[in-house]
Design a protein around this ligand. Structure first.
Ligand code: A2H
Length: 255
């Protein structure tokens, strides 16, 4: 655990259509018509325009937690326990779990990703490297700017049958969203190629790519899309975050 608290932006990805096994797992457990959200924790809210899918750990168990009468979150129990003391649930200081769902059973679910240029929704896909001990255990995927995400979607598209997914779910168009002087406007694909990263298992090079992408994107990047188009990432980041929070599509989460 970090010494300093990490302040994440928790994004609300509303479920539009459940994968069959997940639908089975939650059947009869929540009121008819209640909203369910997958809730990834991110440090880069300004990149949310570039979401192409949402990752869960296939072997992790998630809970369906009650927020209020009409709203539920899919997150790890660990994250729910933290949220219970951050004014996020109607009933402060306690959690109410309606069901358990295995990550692999959620794969294939269609969710709405706020700000994403893919307005038709994005799919939930498996990511083996999701840590149960960080954030909410749900990770939204921005392959244009996150080397981890790009390496994972590339692997998923290559071995779609092995991962039990439809290839096209991993192949949504990757739109450029941040312009950088050194790595162009598709920072993560550029660095993954440059550092010869062949798969998500190349953890050492990925660590380096992540570092380079973050520094360049954050300090030199300029947004190419959205309401703050043309602004420096450093300046636009808190603005995008506030906009999401004010729209009720995100909230602050720290741990
Ligand atoms: B970031 P830190 Cl575009 N397991 O969001 C593995 N990774 C996780 C996670 C978990 N349980 N929870 C969150 N994350 C990811 C966007 C992004 C992120 C971009 C570029 C870099 C980047 C889109 N994915 O993170 O250890 C989430 O991915 C680079 C580190 O708390 C989250 O932000 O610093 C970030 O890691 C949090 O990592």
């Amino acid at each position: 655990e970090a010494v300093n608290p990490q302040e994440y932006t928790a994004l609300k990805l509303k479920v539009l259509e459940w994968a069959p096994k997940a639908a089975e797992a939650i059947k009869g457990k929540i009121p008819e018509g209640a909203n369910v959200f997958l809730v990834p924790a991110t440090l880069r809210p300004e990149t949310m325009y570039g979401q192409t899918c949402c990752f869960v750990g296939p072997k992790l168990t998630y809970g369906l937690f009650k927020v209020d009468e009409n709203n539920y979150f899919v997150i790890t129990e660990r994250a729910a326990r933290n949220m219970a003391y951050q004014g996020i649930f109607a009933k402060e200081g306690s959690i109410e779990k309606a069901a358990d769902i295995l990550g692999s059973d959620i794969v294939g679910t269609l969710v709405n990703a706020p700000l994403s240029l893919h307005k038709e929704g994005v799919r939930v896909l498996p990511m083996e490297t999701v840590l149960p001990t960080k954030g909410t255990g749900v990770v939204t995927s921005v392959p244009s700017d996150s080397p981890d995400d790009f390496a994972t979607v590339t692997e998923l598209a290559k071995k779609a049958d092995y991962y039990g997914i439809q290839k096209e779910w991993a192949e949504l168009e990757i739109f450029p969203i941040i312009e950088t002087p050194s790595y162009g406007d598709l920072c993560a694909p550029f660095l993954v190629k440059k550092l010869k990263i062949a798969s998500p298992k190349d953890t050492k090079q990925l660590e380096e790519a992540k570092e380079l992408a973050y520094k360049e994107g954050f300090y030199q990047g300029i947004l190419k899309v959205g309401d703050f188009k043309g602004e420096k990432v450093e300046i636009a980041k808190p603005k995008v975050r506030s906009q999401l929070i004010e729209a009720g599509e995100a909230f602050a989460y720290s741990e």
